[in-house]
Design a binder for this molecule. Structure first.
Ligand code: SF4
Length: 216
C-alpha cells in the first residue's frame, strides 16, 4: 500500500520547522488500537528513533538517514487523496522532528491530526488527538504527558501495572487510559490485564486489532 514518494533534497530538520520530513512509509488503513480503533486513518510513519525498545516492531525506522526526506506539501497531497481525513503521525519517534509545518498544513487541508508518541521529546505541532505510549528506555516529558488525550501502556510483564499507574498519575483527568499487551506476550499478559481492568475500571483494554485482521 506504499505510495511513490517525491524526494526532496531539503536539509535535515531537527530544530528548525521541518518543511521536509524523513518518511519511512505512509498508507491508508484502519486504526487498530486505542481510542480511535476502527476508524479509517492515513498513517504517516516518520524515520528516526533513539528510544531503543527491545521489543520494537519497527526497528527499521530508527535510522533517520535511511529514509527519504519528503516535502510536507507532498505528504499532505498523498494523505488527502483518500476519503478519510484522519491522519496519524507515528514513527519512529515523530517528535524528534518539528511537526508544526506538517500539522498546520494537514489541518488547513481539513484533516484531523493525531499523533502516537513515546513523549520523550518536546511537543511540536497542532494536534486533535495525542496518544502517549511511554517507554521505559527513555522517559516521557511531563509536559507531553499533561497534554495527552490518551495514555497507552504496553504490558510486557507483571511489574508494568505499577509503572502504568505512575504515568496515569501524571496525565489530565480527562485522559483515556489503556492497557495493551505486548504482541508476543499477549497469551501470558492478557488474563492479567483482564483481571486488572475489572479491578481498576478507569483503565480499558486495547488490542492490536489490525494484527488480528492482517492489515497494516
Ligand atoms: S519508541 Fe516506538 S519506534 Fe522507538 S524503539 Fe520504541 S517502539 Fe520502536
Amino acid at each position: 500500500m506504499l505510495h511513490e514518494l517525491p524526494v526532496t533534497s531539503a536539509a535535515p530538520t531537527s530544530g528548525a520547522p521541518a518543511l521536509a520530513l524523513p518518511l519511512m512509509e505512509q498508507f491508508y488503513t484502519i486504526q487498530g488500537e486505542g481510542y480511535n480503533t476502527g476508524r479509517a486513518a492515513y498513517f504517516v510513519r516518520l524515520g528516526g528513533c533513539d528510544v531503543g525498545c527491545v521489543w520494537c516492531d519497527v526497528k527499521e525506522s530508527w535510522d533517520v538517514d535511511a529514509h527519504p526526506r519528503v516535502a510536507v506539501a507532498d505528504i499532505v497531497t498523498m494523505a488527502t487523496a483518500h476519503a478519510g481525513r484522519n491522519v496519524v503521525i507515528t514513527g519512529g519517534e515523530p517528535l524528534m522532528h518539528n511537526l508544526r509545518p506538517l500539522t498546520t498544513a494537514l489541518q488547513t487541508a481539513g484533516c484531523q491530526t493525531w499523533i502516537e508518541t513515546s513523549g520523550a521529546y518536546p511537543l511540536s505541532g497542532q494536534w486533535d488527538w495525542i496518544c502517549v505510549s511511554p517507554k521505559k528506555f527513555k522517559a516521557p516529558l511531563p509536559e507531553v504527558l499533561a497534554a495527552a488525550h490518551e495514555l497507552k501502556i504496553i504490558i510486557f510483564n507483571k511489574s508494568d501495572f505499577a509503572w502504568a499507574e505512575q504515568h496515569a498519575a501524571q496525565v489530565s483527568p480527562t485522559c483515556r487510559l489503556y492497557l495493551q499487551p505486548e504482541w508476543s506476550k499477549a497469551p501470558q499478559m492478557m488474563p492479567l490485564i483482564v483481571d486488572y481492568v475489572k479491578e481498576n475500571p478507569k483503565w480499558q483494554v486495547s488490542l492490536q486489532t489490525h494484527k488480528f485482521l492482517d492489515i497494516p
